[in-house]
Design a protein around this ligand. Structure first.
Ligand SMILES: Cc1cc2nc3c(=O)[nH]c(=O)nc-3n(C[C@H](O)[C@H](O)[C@H](O)COP(=O)(O)OP(=O)(O)OC[C@H]3O[C@@H](n4cnc5c(N)ncnc54)[C@H](O)[C@@H]3O)c2cc1C
Length: 530
């Protein structure tokens, strides 16, 4: 008999809820977490300026009405320390600590067909067996440092934003080089610029950003909002992005230009990326409609940045707005008006090497005291590929995924019995309010395990034909949008040699949930239950 019913890898939003959900359903469960604390994304990403860009009323668990009533967020978009406090509160409140094992990296997991169980091996050689393996390793947790020749010779400190020192870094009076201008780079840059003597922002790709208009939560608003939180959550579950958004319901291309400007400006003033992109129905599927919105955003950059040439350089042109994760910031573009901030275009003059005192590009040398890499993650499949996972017949997951990650419904890879992935490839995952998507996956998997157990089923495995059909659908939906037009981490373009495959499901959170529910109602259609 296996040591555990469920072995969970990771203790971020997904692993934490999995421990609670499986334990409440009567399963024995243990979460193995590499970090010295829980929280995942919110444990590791402690860089200044780190905050979520989905509103706190949405980016929070919905499984406990009491929790959602009792917890009060201080801000519309809470900063990292507050989200981490929240997750620790959840672990305390539901007494999850005994079933979470910190400082434990899972290095291997192999399927034992004779015993119908998984053997999980950890970094210090511990082996535990479990009937089911649940990957909660995160879509954005395998961080990525580009290989720059000479980095090891750099005399000053260098940091990756996803492994930021817990006691912070003081850049006061320092010359700092920042590499990476995605969501994180845009968040950290103004914080560094506020104290550094000089900040060099090395930009390969200009990025779009909408304002946050972050603000403190008004207690009167909170009280009123919480009177109907349940029906709000229901709307979120049925929505497209996992957040209820009131769009116009009309295509931009059918709208008079002045009306488009008015609508977009209203949303720009209100702040937030999802309401902005969701204003019109055709922005993410029609390049001409997308161009209208992109031009509106470029106008905002040009009117903010005093130097016109700099404004041009900061204006994204290489891809449709929304096709890379839309950044949010109230002060990124205005920061370039500060005399201590320099934008360095490394598209035209790429980084060549690092020396002890700085960074050399194709046309200049920049002396710096510290380097910051905001260069993101080997997204969606990276953390799972780092584990030696072997399924039926000893086949490695990396071999199965050689041409790109795939699974049935983003939940279960064929050939890997009794293995499930939270927000895996083929699910809405990073193209949604992830907390809501995580809850939906954990609950679906829990119900599947309850079904299997109560029906005497020892193995649950996605059928290859179901996986093929689902991934074909994921691709078909993606290629009807503007997303594949960008070299983004959504398609793995930021990782040298990674196969270029678009795996987030763009069919919408609500329709996706309905599909998963229908699969369950049909006796787990597409799965072999043995
Ligand atoms: C800076 C930042 C801001 C974000 N903001 C938002 C936002 O506003 N809205 C949104 O929807 N999403 C946001 N995200 C995405 C975010 O990752 C998810 O919302 C969510 O936190 C993911 O939770 P998770 O539990 O699935 O994964 P994670 O939080 O990544 O947790 C995975 C955990 O697994 C552990 N782990 C990995 N491999 C192993 C192993 N082999 N052995 C043991 N443990 C392992 C890791 O240490 C980590 O703690 C953001 C991401 C980042 C990086």
């Amino acid at each position: 008999m296996a040591d555990l019913d469920v072995a969970v890898v990771g203790a971020g939003f997904a692993g934490i809820y999995a421990v609670h959900a499986f334990r409440s359903a009567g399963f024995t469960v243990r979460a193995f977490e590499a970090g010295s604390g829980i929280g995942g994304t919110w444990f590791w990403n402690r860089y200044p300026g780190a905050r979520c860009d989905v509103e706190s009323k949405d980016y929070s668990y919905s499984f406990s009405p009491e929790l959602e009533q009792d917890w009060s967020w201080t801000e519309r978009y809470p900063a990292q320390p507050e989200v981490l406090r929240y997750l620790n509160h959840v672990a305390d409140r539901f007494r999850l600590w005994p079933d979470i094992q910190l400082n434990t990296r899972v290095t291997a997991a192999s399927w034992d067909a004779d015993r119908s169980q998984w053997t999980v091996t950890t970094g210090d050689g511990e082996r535990r067996t479990a009937r089911f393996l649940l990957s909660a390793v995160g879509c954005l947790s395998a961080y990525q440092v580009p290989s720059v020749p000479g980095l090891e010779t750099f005399a000053g400190p260098w940091y990756h934003t996803s492994r930021w020192p817990a006691d912070g870094v003081d850049f006061t009076g320092r010359r700092v080089g920042l590499i990476g201008t995605g969501s994180t780079g845009i968040q950290i840059a103004p914080e560094i610029a506020a104290v550094a003597e000089q900040l060099y922002v090395f930009q390969r790709t200009a990025n779009f950003a909408v304002p946050n208009r972050n603000r403190a939560i008004d207690p009167d608003w909170e009280r009123a909002f919480k009177t109907d939180y349940r029906s709000y959550r229901k709307q979120a579950q049925e929505s497209f992005l996992g957040v209820p958004i009131a769009g116009t319901g009309r295509p931009a291309l059918a709208e008079p230009p002045a009306e488009i400007q008015r609508t977009l400006m209203d949303r720009w003033q209100a702040g937030g990326g999802m309401p902005f992109l969701g204003a019109y129905t055709d922005v993410l599927v029609d390049r001409a409609a997308n161009d209208l919105v992109a031009e509106f955003m470029r106008d905002r950059i040009r009117e903010t940045v005093a130097d016109p040439a700099l404004g041009q350089l900061l204006s994204p042109r290489a891809y449709p707005v929304g096709a890379k994760r839309l950044c949010q910031s109230d002060d990124y573009f205005a920061m370039f008006n500060q005399p201590n901030v320099t934008l360095v275009d490394i598209r035209s003059a790429p980084v060549q090497s690092v020396s002890p005192t700085g960074l050399r590009t194709a046309d200049a040398f920049y002396e710096v005291d510290a380097l910051v890499f905001a260069t993101g993650f080997d997204a969606i499949s990276g953390a799972l590929r780092q584990i030696d996972v072997r399924g039926a017949g000893g086949v490695p997951l990396t071999e199965k995924w050689a041409a790109g990650p795939r699974s049935y419904l983003g939940l279960a890879p064929a050939g890997f019995p009794n293995m499930f992935i939270v927000t895996g490839p083929g699910s809405p995952s990073v193209f949604s309010n992830m907390v809501l998507s995580i809850e939906q996956h954990v609950e679906w998997i829990r119900d599947c395990l309850v079904h299997a157990t109560s029906h005497g089923v020892s193995t649950v495995e996605a059928k290859p034909s179901a996986e093929d059909a689902w991934m074909a659908h994921v691709t078909e939906v993606a290629y009807a949008t503007v997303f594949p037009l960008a070299d983004s981490w959504y398609v793995g373009a930021n990782i040298p040699g990674k196969p270029r495959v678009f795996t987030p499901y763009l069919g919408g959170v609500g329709p996706y949930r309905a599909r998963c529910d229908a699969v369950a109602a049909a006796g787990y259609e597409g799965f072999a239950l043995d």
